[in-house]
Design a protein around this ligand. Structure first.
Ligand code: FES
Length: 239
């Protein structure tokens, strides 16, 4: 026998008075539940239940007054102080981080020592060449004579392959300082040689003049001028 048939049989077998009283008991129970719900917050003055009956009054906001200090300016001063302090600490941390990084990445003292070479110019007589090694490359130092200076300055440089006046290539006319690497394929030219009284590269026949400018041969550019300075009379620092 199915469940529905059993329930129908039980209903038929129960007395008629019981069947009439059942809905009444249910409705009484529902009324009690609603009454309990409506008075469940009777002892609690919630700011969100101030509307009529049990309806919410959404325009009422809680009062946070007791959490305020009473002075708006003191709050702002405190906020500014905290923001300023945190900003200062962050900047200090960032500065230290960057500084540590730069100190770690910078060249050590021995590398810096190799980066610069000091030369005593008093040891180089006029009309002579000296070759020194700087950062693994040869550097030519030429103590030019007055005739060589005149020749270098009088050359019509505008029509040269790599046009450059002599005054742009020297700081002091008597001292010509150049990287001794041919601009063609990197050979080391020979001094006091070639058709122009300067340097000659035997690898493929490039001729440089007494200012180190390319005058003949396959090299495309003048000999390079390195960074240098005369910190005092008779001293030269390359690098
Ligand atoms: S490397 Fe000097 S001419 Fe070729």
């Amino acid at each position: 026998m199915s469940v529905s048939r059993i329930s129908t049989a039980v209903a038929r077998s129960s007395p008629r008075s019981l069947r009439a009283a059942a809905p009444l008991a249910v409705s009484t129970q529902q009324q009690r539940s609603m009454a309990d719900a409506s008075t469940s917050h009777a002892g609690f003055t919630s700011p969100f239940h101030r509307g009529t009956g049990n309806a919410r009054d959404t325009t009422v906001m809680p009062n946070w007054g007791k959490y305020k200090t009473g002075k708006e300016t003191s709050n702002k001063v405190f906020q500014y102080f905290m923001v300023g302090t945190m900003g200062g600490l962050s900047a200090l941390g960032a500065k230290n981080t960057v500084q540590d990084f730069l100190v770690n990445m910078s060249a050590s003292a021995d590398v810096l020592a190799q980066a610069k070479v000091e030369v005593d110019l008093a040891t180089i007589p006029e009309g002579k060449n000296v070759i020194i090694k700087w950062r693994g490359k040869p550097v030519f130092i030429r103590h030019r004579t007055a005739d060589e200076i005149k020749e270098a300055e009088d050359t019509k440089w505008e029509s040269l392959r790599d046009p450059q006046p002599d005054t742009e290539r020297v700081q002091k006319p008597e001292w010509l300082i150049m990287v001794g690497v041919c601009t063609h394929l990197g050979c080391v030219p020979i001094g006091e040689a070639g058709d122009f009284g300067g340097w000659f590269c035997p690898c493929h026949g490039s001729h440089y003049d007494i200012s180190g400018r390319i005058r003949k041969g396959p090299a495309p550019l003048n000999l390079e001028i390195p960074a240098y300075d005369f910190p005092e009379e008779g001293a030269l620092v390359i690098g």
